[in-house]
Design a protein around this ligand. Structure first.
Ligand code: FMN
Length: 385
């Protein structure tokens, strides 16, 4: 190690420059012999090695919280915070003793304290603690780990908190920014619906010639996908019928013009009429078609949508055979304009038509809960005079 005098670097300059590098945020927890949970908020967490499985974080050597963590023994647990856990992050970063007051925790078989609602947790045995200037480099050997919530992480950048927005969203039509404000207010009801139905719930916004999944709650059908947020669907028949049916005449014509030979213009007109009458868009379809709704592609190609063999808005009352519900979405209006669609993704197993109708009704009541939270919102279009 070099002992040569270091060039003095201004502390502010150091912090400001290093603050250009964003980090995620984790809470490190440990449980003392008396059962007391101690912990600290950490941004310097990183994955180190797969074989053996190692992770690390850097703790201020003089930190009281790190001292308390260290004193508990040789285990700790890393809790990756979600974008909506900023309050937990701040509470646990505070210099106080009862840091976990009101923070829901559960205890694993190994005795680790896991934060309810954390994105993921990683249980570790302390492998080594190395000196690193005014910090300690704490290396943990991973014993257990899992993803808990299929959502997005809390980010820390230039001293402020934020959430991850995929470039596919960030580069979309600027109008998405205003739609996103409303979508954000829908999160609570979306989470509850996803938990009730044990499926995934998404909010889709129209952005230029695409539909973009702006928010998602619940487990994705394909675990390797992690989240659907940012997935883009082409605004082409039969996709986007809900927007076409609930916006103006020009929008309707624009959408109808996207009908391909495979889907058909007449079929698109008939679909618009059914969607308008039903106030909901849904599809049922054979297992062979499930790939369209389960694809992990972030940009869904238009030909895949147009060649879909799913049946859209077929009258469920006439169905006696079990169906596989692919999705069901309802529109959310603000000041009379449709701003996003709120939908559930189906489960793969066949269900009765009555069960499918019950799911659709549940989506409708979720929409009622959502509009109650957004000033000026409604579940029906207010025609302009
Ligand atoms: C977003 C964020 C990231 C942080 N990252 C670290 C870190 O990587 N290492 C560290 O020692 N402290 C970090 N802290 C500070 C500690 O969480 C905590 O505020 C500090 O340890 C409190 O002082 P005490 O430990 O002496 O009570 C971070 C705080 C925040 C809010």
């Amino acid at each position: 190690m070099s002992t040569a005098p270091t060039t003095p670097i201004d502390a502010m300059h150091f912090r400001r420059t290093l603050g250009q590098y964003p980090t995620g945020v984790v809470v490190i927890t440990a449980v003392g012999a008396d059962g007391e949970v101690v912990g600290m908020t950490v941004g310097s967490f990183a994955s180190v090695s797969l074989d053996p499985p190692l992770v690390a974080f850097f703790a201020t050597s003089t930190s009281g919280s790190w001292g308390a963590l260290r004193a508990t023994g040789s285990q700790f647990c890393v809790n990756v915070l979600t974008a909506d856990q900023e309050a937990v992050c701040r509470q646990i970063a505070a210099r106080k003793t009862d840091k976990f007051e009101g923070v829901p925790l559960r205890f694993t078989d190994r005795g680790s304290a896991v934060l309810e609602g954390a994105l993921a947790y990683i249980e570790c045995d302390t492998e080594a603690v190395y000196p690193g200037g005014d910090h300690d480099i704490v290396v943990g050997r991973v014993a257990e780990l899992d993803v808990q919530e299929a959502t997005t992480p809390l980010l820390f950048f230039r001293g402020g908190y934020g959430a991850f927005v995929p470039l596919s969203l960030a580069t979309a039509d600027a109008s998405l920014a205003s739609q996103m404000r409303y979508v954000d207010l829908a999160r609570g009801p979306m989470e509850r619906l996803a938990a009730d139905l044990d499926t995934e719930v998404s909010a889709l916004c129209a952005a230029g010639s695409d539909l973009v999944i702006a928010a998602s709650a619940g487990q994705v059908v394909r675990p390797e996908m992690i989240t659907r947020v940012g997935q883009r669907w082409p605004y082409a028949a039969p996709t986007g019928a809900l927007f076409a049916a609930n916006r103006d005449e020009a929008e309707r014509r624009r959408w109808l013009a996207t009908a391909s030979d495979a889907f058909g213009y007449e079929a698109a007109v008939a679909l618009l009429e059914r969607v308008e009458a039903d106030g909901v868009a849904y599809a049922v379809g054979p297992a062979a078609e499930a790939h369209l709704f389960e694809t992990t592609a972030m940009d869904i190609p238009v030909h895949l949508v147009q060649s879909s063999a799913a049946e859209y808005n077929v009258p469920l009352t006439e169905m006696s055979e079990p169906v596989e519900l692919r999705f069901a979405s309802v529109p959310i209006f603000v000041d009379g304009e449709m701003v996003f669609e709120l939908g559930v993704w189906g489960r793969l197993e066949p269900i009765s038509a009555a069960q499918a109708r019950a799911i659709i009704d549940r989506v409708r009541s979720c929409a009622d809960e959502v509009v109650a939270l957004i000033p000026g919102a409604g579940v029906e279009r207010v025609p302009t005079a």
